[in-house]
Design a protein around this ligand. Structure first.
Ligand SMILES: [Zn+2]
Ligand SMILES: [Zn+2]
Length: 467
């Protein structure tokens, strides 16, 4: 030997050292050339292979994954590199499915390559790099019945495979058991004969185990297929449900309006929708005005009278808005189209009542905010804020007063909101009781109507509602 080739495990280049040869295209003689030039990588047993390589694929996952075999990669032809890249990408995709993360998948594949290299004895001892990478380095080796098993390591967790641990444990136990059996059945064998019988029986067992393993793997595959089928069925069911929902929506859209019978109105036409909203806001306005102006001792008759007054006032306001609207619009537009006229009227009513309801709520809250309870709570909050440790040096200063005022307002609003809610609830209960009484004795309710009608004519109260 002109240049004595050092054993792979003993010698390697320094960290970061570049191979002195450019990658040779001919595979033959390449390894020799490298070893001669001192560019031979260390075998794994001798330490980490840490050469910086610049021509690994650009993609960072592939760079990490193929890092341990960069020296082998360097020696591949362009076509081989493309195939190895494809294989590595496919394997990375599979691993990502197990570990759920691209970087972790890349590290897992790098670890596999490192482990396979350790078996072989290092990059330098790989005789056919391309075949080794494709057939051994990059492929999963399921060593037990667990599909996540890669040569005794779990693909998903990276921990030792329990299935494999079991296999080892079972093998050891089997040897002990078989030896005991042989000792009992065939006593007096010499050591060599005894060992041979034990080995034969263990081999028979191993063959049976292998057959069972194949069968189990097949069963697992069937189970997977069934699971996949179930998933597909569930997906199909979900799709069917979605279609049914869409169909139901179509049917709903086709429904006539509940209130006016207009076709294909989705159950409620726009005009009737506005009318309902208007009625809801009107009823709420009545309740808010009642809460503000009526004593808790007021009777249902008082409430009914107020209801009539508020509605009259609202109707008048709506009528005024409508007149204004008609003045501003082209009459020909509405005369020819009754539906459009109805919608315009409903919209006008809705947009008229909305601010009235808002104003009624604000007035009610303001009124409850002026009650003794609210005042007391506001005072308390003011003093508490003013007395805070950080204001103690200047309790009447600008900052202290601002903070105290804000606290008082918040407290007052909270109490007002609470009192209003309680009062509205009272009114609701009273109204419900009134309805029950009305149903129980329709006569007595009818008797009151003239009184209600008389109160409704009291136009001066309109100002109560609309400021
Ligand atoms: Zn395993
Ligand atoms: Zn309608």
């Amino acid at each position: 030997m002109a240049v004595p080739g050092p054993r792979a495990a003993e010698v390697g280049p320094l960290r970061g050292e570049q191979p002195k040869e450019s990658p040779a295209n001919e595979r033959e003689g390449q390894l020799a050339a490298r070893s001669g030039a001192g560019a031979r990588p260390q075998a794994v047993r001798g330490g980490k292979t840490q050469q910086q390589r610049v021509d690994l694929p650009e993609e960072s996952g592939l760079r990490v994954a193929l890092g341990p075999v960069s020296w082998l990669w360097q020696g591949l032809s362009g076509w081989q590199q493309a195939r190895v890249e494809e294989a590595a990408e496919a394997e990375l995709g599979r691993l990502e499915g197990w570990v759920g993360q691209q970087e972790a998948a890349a590290r897992r594949l790098a670890a596999r390559l490192t482990a396979r290299l350790a078996e072989t004895g290092g990059e330098a001892l790989v005789q056919r790099p391309y075949g080794w990478l494709i057939g051994r380095g990059l492929v999963q080796r399921q060593a037990c019945a667990d599909r996540r098993c890669d040569d005794g390591t779990r693909l998903d967790t990276g921990a030792a495979c329990e299935g494999c641990a079991n296999v080892l444990h079972v093998r050891r136990a089997a040897r002990i058991q078989v030896t005991a059996e042989v000792d009992q059945e065939l006593p007096g064998l010499d050591d060599a004969a005894r060992r041979q019988v034990v080995e034969e029986r263990l081999q028979a067992q191993t063959a049976a185990d292998a057959a069972r393993f194949v069968r189990r793997r097949e069963e697992a595959r069937v189970r997977d297929a069934e699971r996949e089928a179930a998933r597909a069925a569930a997906q199909q069911r979900a799709e069917a449900e979605r279609q049914a929902a869409a169909a139901a929506a179509t049917v709903r859209r086709a429904l006539a309006c509940e209130d006016c019978g207009q076709n294909a109105a989705g159950g409620l036409c726009e005009t009737c929708g506005h009318r309902r909203e208007t009625e809801t806001l009107t009823a709420r306005t009545v309740q808010l005005v009642a809460a503000r102006t009526l004593d808790p001792s007021a009777s249902t008759v008082d409430v009914a009278a107020l209801d009539a007054r508020v509605r009259t006032a609202i109707d008048r306001k709506v009528a005024a808005e409508w007149a204004e609207f008609l003045e501003l619009s082209d009459p020909a537009d509405l005369e020819d189209d009754q539906e459009r006229a109805d919608l315009a009227a409903a919209l006008t009513a809705h947009s008229t009542v909305q601010p009235i309801a808002d104003q009624a709520e604000a007035s009610a809250l303001a009124a409850f905010g002026r009650t003794d309870e609210a005042e007391a709570e506001a005072d308390r909050a003011y003093r508490t804020e003013q007395g805070r440790r950080w204001f103690q040096h200047n309790p009447t200063g600008e900052a202290a007063v601002a903070a105290a005022t804000k606290a008082a307002t918040v407290a007052r609003d909270r109490v007002a909101q609470h009192l209003l809610t309680v009062r509205l609830e009272q009114l609701r209960e009273q109204a419900a009781a009134g309805h029950r009484a009305a149903r129980a004795g329709a006569g007595s309710w009818t008797d009151r109507l003239p009184e209600l009608a008389a109160r409704a004519l009291d136009r001066d109260t309109a100002g109560v509602v609309i400021a």
